[in-house]
Design a protein around this ligand. Sequence first.
Ligand code: NAP
Length: 254
Amino acid sequence: MSAVEDRVPQRFEGRVCLVTGGGRGIGRAIALGLAAGGGRIAVAARTRAQCESVAAEIGERGFAVELDVTDQAACERAVAEVISVLGPPSVVVCAAGISPVRQRTEHHDVEAWRQILDVNLTGSYLTVRAAAPVLLEHGGSVVLVASAIGLIGSPRTAAYGASKASVVHLARTLGREWASRGVRVNAICPGYVETDLTRAMLAVDHLRAEVLGQTPLGRLATLEEVAEPALFLASDAASYVTGAALLVDGGLAA
Ligand code: NAP
C-alpha cells in the first residue's frame, strides 16, 4: 500500500473504519489501505484468528471483531463494540461475501442459493443498518463490495450474480436516501482477483482461460488494484460521488 499512500497520505487520519470480510482477501487489502491512510480499523469476520492477524499487522490502530454478518443482533453488538473501543465509525466497508457453488440455474442448490443471498445481500444490509444511527448522526461513507457479475449475466453463478446486482441496487437506493444526511454510499464491482473465493475455480485451466478470455485487459486484478478504487470511494476525494457502481474489472463488463 505504500505506493498509493505516497500519493495520497493520511487521507483517513482520525477516521474509524469498519471492514467486514477484513480477515483476508479483498477486505484485508482494503483494511490495510485504510490503516495506511491513518485510519483506526475494526476488522470483522467470523474467523477471529484472521481478524486478529490483520489487526496485529495494523498495530495499535487495529481492532479485531468476530462477526457473522447474517446475524442482526451480532451486527448491532459489533458496531457498539467498535464505538466503545475505537469511536464512532465514519467509514463502513462491506466486503464479507461467499460464492460456494458453480451450478447451472436449473440445478442450483436451493439451500446454497439462500445462503449466498443471506451473506452477500442481507449481510451487507444488516451491517449498514447497524451502523446507520452513528453514520447518520456524524456523516460518513459506505463502500459495498459488489461484483462485475452483478452487472452482467454469468452462467453458473445465478445466486451470486443476483446477490451482487442487489448489492448495487442497495448502494444506489441508500445513496439517494442518505445523500442529504451527509452519508455517501457506493459500490465497487470487481472482476476477477485470486483469493480463497476464486482460487479453486481459477485452478481449473479452462475456467481460468475463460475468465482471461472475457477480460479485455487479459489478466486478473491484483488485490491492490481492487482496494484502491474502494479507498477512493471511501475518501473525501470522492466527495461528489454517491449511489455509484464503479467497475474495477479489466473491462469484463464493458
Ligand atoms: P475471501 O478471501 O474468501 O474473503 C471473504 C471474506 O468474507 C472473509 O474474510 C470471510 O471471513 C468473510 N465472510 C464470509 N462470510 C461471512 C459472514 N457470514 N460474516 C462475516 N464475514 C464473512 O474472498 P474475497 O475474494 O476477498 O471476497 C471479498 C468480497 O469481494 C466478497 O464480497 C466477494 O463476493 C467480492 N468479490 C470478489 C471477487 C474475486 O474475484 N475474488 C470478485 C468480485 C467481488 P470468514 O469466512 O472468516 O467469515
